[in-house]
Design a protein around this ligand. Sequence first.
Ligand code: SF4
Length: 318
Amino acid sequence: MDGNAKPAFAMRESIMIETARKKTARLLLGWYDTAGRDLPWRRTNDAYEILVSEIMLQQTQVPRVLPAYRRWLETFPDWQALARAGTAEVLLAWAGLGYNRRALALQEIARQVVENGLPDSEEGWLRLKGIGPYTAAAMTVFSLKKLAVPIDTNIRRAGARLLLGKPYPEPRDDGKLKPLLAEFLCGSRRFDDLVQALFDIASLVCLKAPLCPTCPLKSACSASVGFLAGAHTMPSRPSPASRERRHRNKPHPDRIFRGRILRLVREAPTGRPLEGLGPEIDPTFDPAHDQAWLDAMIERMVVDGLLCRSGKRLKLPA
Ligand code: SF4
């Protein structure tokens, strides 16, 4: 047997893979150029505006983020404005988005940037307190225009189906997925658009129950044959909400009640009396079983910097 047969075969195979990836990227960008979402944070290179969108989009859907994003940029147009704002002002501007600690984290990041300057690498972003691996990679791609691989739930789902053939990927698949995504992205000068296109295909087509028959990538996707044949069953996983802290028979996790407390405090410029708070956030409130739970929740919010006590009233921190 010819000693060069194996390397030649391996080379042919890698050329075929490369060609297939380029074809997939072309299909995806072609679809994105006509069907992708036109979102304001995609029309800017400003790192501050991009970071605001990234933090807001963690845990909150695009339609709810859009009006809040515009309002936020009017109130705090740049790093400096946000860094010097008072906590109450920041929490008021975050109204409607939920997961309120993100507002304080965003302000903390702004203060670090004002003090130390803008990071110029993925590692630099990662060094900032409040920035995790996903956000550091997203900032690198979208604001620095350098190659990085941001993997969130959406990118994981679409990317792993497309490149790994894994119908219902989990975070533990990221180790295999990341190098494949890096190769997929680095083959295109429009790698930043490719990341946005993956977000959009995951949000509009490659849903948990994917719409493969109408997907523009079905001819190139490693998971499409199985989905189209009905061979993949959606695994039953506990929803993220069911893993959250929850008090006895309450229908919602504590997060929802914390949000209600903060909304009432936001709406009371002179402070919200503690008295009567329980039944207002929870119609089934039973002091005998729920008062200690409410007190502990308030205490955690005070520790988190979301509330402060003033006598028998709750206020936003100054
Ligand atoms: S063909 Fe199906 S699984 Fe593959 S990317 Fe499209 S929607 Fe997702």
